[in-house]
Write a protein that binds this ligand. Structure first.
Ligand code: NAP
Length: 248
């Protein structure tokens, strides 16, 4: 299926995990993909080569999502190189889990900066380009933690709940200009982010999932690609749970 043929898509944080899987899925569907990262230099080169081997253009940027100036520079460079910005996936995220009474100011502010301000920065940088073109799709990767709250994640839950509000406000602001904004609320997906959780926590999480298994990045990527495609052209402001039933 080439439903993203020649679309120009930015995905934040795509060196591994969910971002990488979404990037590859978009490329398989024909999109040119630009992505960023902060640390994983060699993985970024590998992902870029994987994308190019699928016959599309790929661009990799070392760019911290929490820095608006860098976000603007990256978005402008992608527009220059690809000629348009058709879609943006705000995926980059981190966790610094701790119970709130033990949480440092730094644990709080860094998680908000990357997960929430990072999305603001990229929307701020890309939305005008989409509005001018009268087309665009923005997808924010949030979490069930932002819908129901999880112990040890006050910073992360607050950031992810913030993304839900950002998505809905944005959808109402830009819908008439042909730009859509949606969010995917993910449950427990097997990636580096979740691999370090203690076995006891994993067992507790598994017991709460009606489908009886953790999600994989392959569960996420096709839904993300669908929401970016024209097949989803009447969907905006939606927060779609992709969690095996965890947060119903
Ligand atoms: P991951 O495997 O830890 O990958 C995170 C990605 O984000 C990496 O590519 C990382 O780049 C990038 N990144 C981190 N900080 C960044 C920054 N300041 N600027 C730019 N890029 C940055 O995480 P994941 O599990 O794939 O999660 C992806 C998204 O899904 C996150 O928003 C996460 O909150 C959300 N989510 C995940 C789960 C889950 O169960 N895994 C559940 C719900 C929601 P480097 O390699 O350079 O560090």
């Amino acid at each position: 299926m080439k439903d993203l043929q020649r679309k120009s898509i930015i995905i934040t944080g795509a060196t591994r995990g969910i971002g990488r899987a979404v990037a590859l899925e978009c490329a398989r569907r024909g999109a040119n993909v630009a992505f960023n990262y902060v640390k994983s230099e060699s993985q970024a080169s590998e992902v870029k080569a994987e994308l190019e081997s699928l016959g599309v253009k790929a661009l990799a940027f070392k760019c911290d999502v929490g820095d608006l100036k860098s976000a603007r520079e990256m978005v402008n460079a992608v527009k220059k190189e690809f000629g348009a910005i058709d879609a943006l996936v705000n995926n980059a995220g981190i966790t610094r889990d701790k119970v709130l009474v033990m949480m440092s100011e730094e644990d709080w502010s860094e998680v908000i900066r990357v997960n929430l301000t990072g999305a603001f920065n990229f929307v701020r940088a890309a939305a005008f380009i989409m509005m001018k073109a009268k087309r665009g799709s923005i997808l924010n990767i949030t979490s069930v933690s932002g819908l129901v709250g999880l112990p040890g994640q006050a910073n992360y839950s607050a950031a992810k709940a913030g993304l839900v509000g950002l998505t809905k406000s944005l959808a109402k602001e830009v819908g008439r200009l042909g730009v859509r904004a949606n969010a995917l609320a993910l449950g427990f997906i097997e990636t580096d982010m979740t691999s370090t959780l203690p076995a006891e926590n994993k067992a507790q999480a598994l017991a709460m999932i009606p489908l009886g298994r953790f999600g994989t990045v392959e569960d996420v990527a096709p839904m993300a690609a669908f929401l970016l495609s024209d097949a989803a052209s009447y969907i905006t402001g939606a927060v779609i749970n992709l969690d095996g039933g965890l947060a119903m």
